[in-house]
Design a protein around this ligand. Structure first.
Ligand code: GLA
Length: 366
């Protein structure tokens, strides 16, 4: 790996850093409504090598993220190019906005986080680069600061109107616990994943994109529902308000119903995780999926099929679409020691019945 930096820039990197991808256990499309989420980190990660330069030029190369050629820009002249370099530009732009001076640098990025599968390849990239810059320039940013910097880069520079879940878990999460996060206060707490469950993740083979219109549309519908209910964010309403919510016009009623019931499911999932109640947690996964499918309408028939196939396995407690939706991956809650078999079998059947290119992502195939 060092070799690649050396080959590209004919010198040694000064700093190495990395950050994981993530899978959300439950709490979907709740973060930008000020609600709760419960993601965990994945073994797949983005690795970054960086060396400072005395001028204001940034040169970057990645063989995993698209263009296989060196891209350059100048600090202070960041302009969107519709490629992965925009995340790098977004970070330097956001650092300048915070008044944190840096010089140019050379950057080599590699990643094992699959792109476009709802596993936060972009937040993982932002956090890995944020960490490298933080170390190289001794900026003394906390993990929380790095998460916020990545979020600012993605929303204000790249232009994807995402919530804070992904950057938070990529920066603060780990693989042995789930990160419970209240997006309205940024309060977070780690909850160990109990030995009564094992996680599996399978890709549907259908790519998604956040900057795409669908995510934006859902976000706008939530804002409209909040306005119609006379609250700033849907976080301010709960399952007690369901009679009022159901009286909203279609589809705002169902969008808001998803958000309030999903928030309640996250709180119930925290309790289930804490007490190791695998069956209760599996049931919450299935309810969450049904709500994403019927009320929030971010699933696809192939993904519903994948969830059903996984949930039908006798060693699975439940399964659901994870991430923003309209494609991407499914998370499966399995009996300990069975995830490798459950995910393999699910993907094989899925491929046979849908002709889609499903793939096991967790447990990681070596
Ligand atoms: C994407 C966004 C997150 C969140 C999820 C849906 O992953 O980046 O902020 O909104 O979709 O839960």
């Amino acid at each position: 790996m060092n070799d690649s930096f050396q080959k590209a820039f004919a010198r040694e990197p000064e700093v190495l850093s990395r950050a994981p991808g993530r899978v959300n256990l439950i709490g979907e499309h709740t973060d930008y409504n000020g609600g709760y989420v419960l993601p965990t980190a994945l073994p797949q990660h983005t690795s970054v090598q960086l060396a400072r330069r005395p001028d204001t030029v940034v040169r970057a190369l990645s063989r995993d993220l698209g263009a296989d050629s060196l891209t350059e820009f100048r600090l202070g002249s960041e302009q969107r190019q519709q490629s992965w370099i925009d995340y790098v530009q977004g970070l330097t732009w956001a650092l300048a906005e915070r008044g944190q001076p840096i010089t140019g640098f050379d950057l080599f990025v590699s990643s094992t986080v699959p792109l476009g599968k709802g596993l936060s390849s972009s937040a993982s990239l932002e956090v890995a680069i944020g960490r490298a810059i933080n170390t190289a320039y001794q900026l003394r940013l906390s993990d929380f600061d790095i998460a916020m910097l990545g979020h600012r880069a993605e929303t204000a520079f790249v232009g994807a109107p995402v919530g804070i879940m992904d950057q938070m878990v990529c920066s603060l999460g780990d693989r042995s616990s789930a990160l419970f996060l209240d997006a309205s206060t940024a309060y977070f707490r780690k909850i160990p994943i109990p030995p009564t469950v094992e996680l599996g993740v399978v890709d549907s083979g259908i790519a998604h994109s956040h900057a795409s219109g669908d995510y934006r549309t859902r976000r706008r519908e939530c804002e409209e529902a909040a306005a119609a209910l006379g609250v700033r964010q849907l976080r301010a309403v709960s399952v007690e308000d369901l009679p009022t919510i159901e009286a909203l016009p279609e589809p705002l009623n169902r969008r808001a119903r998803h958000v309030v019931t999903e928030n309640a499911r996250v709180l119930a999932a925290v309790e289930a995780l804490q007490s190791g109640a695998a069956e209760a947690l599996g049931a919450l996964f299935l309810e969450s999926h049904a709500s994403m499918r019927d009320d929030f309408e971010v699933s696809l028939p192939e993904i519903d099929r994948l969830v059903q196939l996984a949930a039908d396995d006798p060693d699975a407690f439940g399964a659901r679409l994870t991430g923003g939706g309209f494609g991407g991956a499914v998370v499966i809650l399995c009996q300990p020691g069975t995830a490798r078999r459950v995910t393999r079998r699910t993907v094989d059947t899925y491929r046979a019945v849908t002709q889609c290119n499903g793939e096991v992502l967790l447990p990681k195939v070596q």
